[in-house]
Design a protein around this ligand. Structure first.
Ligand code: HEM
Length: 480
């Protein structure tokens, strides 16, 4: 009986690998790209063996739907991995915690207290103030006709908003230099996205991590982030603040009240782990989207002009566009969706782990298999999208595809039980940041740079940002 059961199992196709390491060497520096190339040969359900760990890559709308909708309950856990474990104080956060009562409770709490529509609305004054500061600084550069780094400008905006909203301090109040802070966040994302040999090769993997320096980098990243959380928490304990309760105040209050999540009492480590999700989730993903959007617009003059005239016609003579003004900006929303199609900030989504056996396309996915949905590949699939390499926002005109996790063609926020809980907050920051930059300024390339010179190279990590700086010269559109 056992043999006949085994014969019924159909393994997904796999590229050939080496003994011990399996397919580990085939991941490359940008795994979403190399896995996309492999999936063209081996199909939309592909099995790789990373040392001892089986990993399935799903690369089509249909297979993503089967996993994240039909079998979500079978694969809504997260695998343990050295990077996730160390950065999340042993999986005490939301994003990397395995499926458990603790995860259910902490996610519920976050949705109610941190990411609700009401909370996002309470952040509106902060967002308006920070956007205004950003516009003032860009006006300076415009008056001197000097190019600015779009990557840094947007990262500056999102970190200022997140620091104020979540940690209650202005960014300068944190005491880390701007570049140091950017590095801290980028390094953490690289550590989260790195494939650590210790996770895949028993007994000797850790030696490889020591040898490659990965272990040292990870320890440094954990230490630096920990110092940052300590500083922010101490600041909150010292001060008797008036006014709006920020995320840290709220978590400290819940700790004091003896809140229980799953079987755990909320402790300082739980708070730090949750702050890690807010910091990393909140700062980079939105800034990455904004930078790619400006990059695509700089390469597509027609789309740039069209979106600017929509914003300028609709907004009249405002000085700042608030996030509740963006409802009418339908073409802007299409531009953002098109950016997410070609440049999803987390191109392989965060990994899932199968809790029990199930089937996709008739192939057996065994319990404990690690799953990744390659949303980057889905966005470029010619069976789903006409001329997929072209940046053409109008493709969203005659359909109701949105990015909220129900249309499997476009999954920048994932789907199912693990979907990003902060879709509203993320979308709001992106729409507001982009609308203001396009409304207040025209943009041109620096002297001697042609459109063909704009590169699209990506930087590795769990989230994938534009590797090189996009430099653009702002020109003030109107004096309000
Ligand atoms: C444009 C902005 C954003 C994008 C594209 C994005 C994308 C994602 C993706 C792809 C996931 C994994 C979904 C899955 O596994 O199916 C995720 C999870 C998550 N995101 Fe976001 N995110 C954004 C903004 C934010 C913000 C602003 C925050 C918090 C302030 C945040 C917090 C989280 C958390 C806590 C999770 C873990 C959910 C869980 O595992 O239960 N994200 N996000």
């Amino acid at each position: 009986y056992k043999r006949s059961k085994r014969q019924q199992l159909r393994k997904p196709p796999s590229p050939p690998g080496y003994p011990i390491i399996g397919n580990l060497h085939q991941l490359g520096v940008l795994p979403h790209q190399s896995l996309w190339t492999q999936s063209k040969k081996y199909g939309p359900v592909m099995l790789l063996n990373l040392g001892k760990v089986p990993m399935v890559i799903l690369s089509s709308v249909e297979t993503a739907k089967q996993a994240l909708r039909d079998h979500d309950i079978h694969c809504c856990s997260r695998p343990t991995a050295a990077g996730f474990r160390e950065l999340s104080y042993n999986n005490l956060d939301i994003a990397f915690s395995p499926f458990s009562d603790y995860w259910k409770d902490v996610r519920k709490l976050a949705i109610k207290e941190l990411f609700s529509t009401k909370q996002v609305h309470s952040v509106k004054p902060i967002m308006d103030e920070e956007v205004k500061k950003l516009m003032d600084s860009v006006v300076e550069s415009a008056s001197q006709k000097i190019p600015i780094s779009i990557n840094k400008t947007f990262l500056d905006l999102t970190k200022r908003v997140v620091c104020k909203a979540a940690f209650g301090v202005s960014f300068e109040g944190i005491g880390i230099k701007s570049d140091g802070f950017n590095k801290l966040v980028r390094e953490a994302f690289e550590m989260l996205g790195s494939f650590s040999a210790a996770d895949f090769i028993p007994y000797v993997g850790w030696i490889i991590d020591q040898f490659t320096g990965l272990q040292g980098r990870r320890e440094r990243s954990v230490r630096d982030l920990d110092a940052f959380y300590e500083y922010v928490i101490d600041l909150h304990k010292e001060e008797k603040k008036q006014g709006r309760e920020d995320f840290v105040d709220l978590l400290l209050r819940l700790e004091k009240e003896g809140t229980v999540l799953g079987n755990d009492n909320l402790t300082k480590n739980h708070i730090k782990a949750i702050l890690m999700n807010i910091l990393l989730g909140g700062v980079e993903t939105s800034a990455i989207t904004l930078t790619w959007a400006m990059t695509e617009l700089s390469r597509n003059h027609r789309v740039m002009k069209k979106v600017q005239s929509e914003i300028r016609n609709q907004m009249g003579n405002k000085s700042i566009i608030s996030f509740d003004d963006t409802d009418k900006l339908t073409y802007l929303k299409m531009v953002i969706k098109e950016t997410w199609r070609l440049h999803p900030p987390i191109p392989l989504l965060s990994p899932r782990e199968a809790l029990s056996e199930f089937e996709i396309n008739g192939y057996t996915i065994k319990a404990k298999t690690r799953l990744h949905v390659n949303v980057w590949a889905i966005g470029r699939d010619p069976d789903t999208w006409k001329d997929p390499e072209e940046f053409f926002p109008e493709r969203f005109m005659d359909n109701s595809i949105d990015a909220k996790g129900l249309n499997f063609e476009l999954l920048p926020f994932g789907s199912g039980r693990r979907i990003c809980p902060a879709i509203f907050m993320g979308t709001t920051m992106v729409e507001c940041g982009l609308a203001n930059m396009l409304y207040n300024f025209d943009w041109k390339l620096p002297e001697g740079i042609m459109v063909e010179d704009i590169d699209m190279e990506e930087s590795p990590g769990l989230s994938v940002s534009k590797k090189n700086e996009l430099l653009l010269v702002p020109m003030k559109y109107l004096d309000h």
